[in-house]
Design a protein around this ligand. Sequence first.
Ligand code: NAD
Length: 374
Amino acid sequence: MPKIPSNYMLATKENTVLEDARIFSHMTEFEHEQVMLCQDKATGLKAIIAIHNTCLGPGLGGTRFFNYRSETDALNDVLRLSRGMTYKASISGLNLGGAKAVIIGDPHKLRSEGLFRKFGRFIENLNGKYITAEDVGTTTGDMEYIQMETRHVVGLPERKGGGGDPSPVTAYGVFMGMKASAKYVYGTDSLNGKSVTVQGIGKVGWHLVEFLHKEGARIFVSDINQNRLKDAAATFNATVVEEKDIFDLNSDIFAPCAMGAILNTDSINRLKCKIVAGAANNQLEHEDIHGPLIKEKNIVYAPDFLINAGGLINVYSEHTGYNREIALGQAEKIYDTTLEILKKADDDGIHTQKAATILAENRLNIIRNVRSTI
Ligand code: NAD
């Protein structure tokens, strides 16, 4: 008997399914509907499409192109990310399910027209159950190749009838979530004169700072890209903060707009702000530990998957006939939903991320019931 390799799935004459990745137990644990493995030797395509839940509508989620350490890491990532999309769509009131795809490999070496078009054909085979979009490692140009083989793709450039860069809409949603949090804490949603620290002045952070500047906030910025910092300081009269000092700053609001898992025991204990509201995904390192801790510290945390949903709202609008005004109007609703969640969290004595998750699950259960009866 040949030795069974340790990655999770390889079809050979001797064995068809390798058990050590426990693909079905992961799917069962996260409650996924379907996982599709796609390969094409000619183009080097190795992709996984994970469809978590299509109760509300077709699963929409971007394609991440990343050089994963192992296929198991790729599988874990796509399962985790696709599940998050179900909650994000549900809490945002969109008729969309949760899904995501990953392409395994180095995008700089593997990127080609053939690879994306082949991937597009796999998406087409799903008959609209999965709609893809841009994500880390993929571009709007890649989406154009995918579109040559399937209609089930969004995140296209404006000249192609798409919505282009979703970051301004994401930033607007974050701004709405921040204003609602201010209303909850201070009784007014005006950010005039409030000090706001923005970590990461990338695509979203820049537009967020633009909104804050217009509103008259006092802005502090941090980024590892010095040129970006210089530009932000000059354009928005922002004060530059060193990366190491960011959690110790005496500012009213902290907006993480760089990377995830930024809210851990150390950072939360150092924070002096009253509100955390930013764009980064998965800000709480461990939801069950750091959700309660941030509440204990009396810091109002605006749930990330709610207030950064503007990007999803933008591509959803593309799916139904793009209109930026409609997308912005939908993103504006983040204000009311944030207030509802903050109130629920207080009323029920739970942390805000938990309250948001419960609301998302409630909507899923209601629609599941609606669709099961006739
Ligand atoms: P981006 O790559 O354009 O910007 C990220 C910025 O963070 C860069 O300027 C980078 O230099 C900076 N950065 C990296 N490490 C840092 C550190 N340690 N300290 C300070 N700055 C650091 O990304 P983006 O599109 O602006 O997205 C920002 C975050 O929001 C990401 O977590 C992303 O997943 C999330 N998000 C983005 C969108 C969107 O529409 N772009 C939608 C939802 C969520």
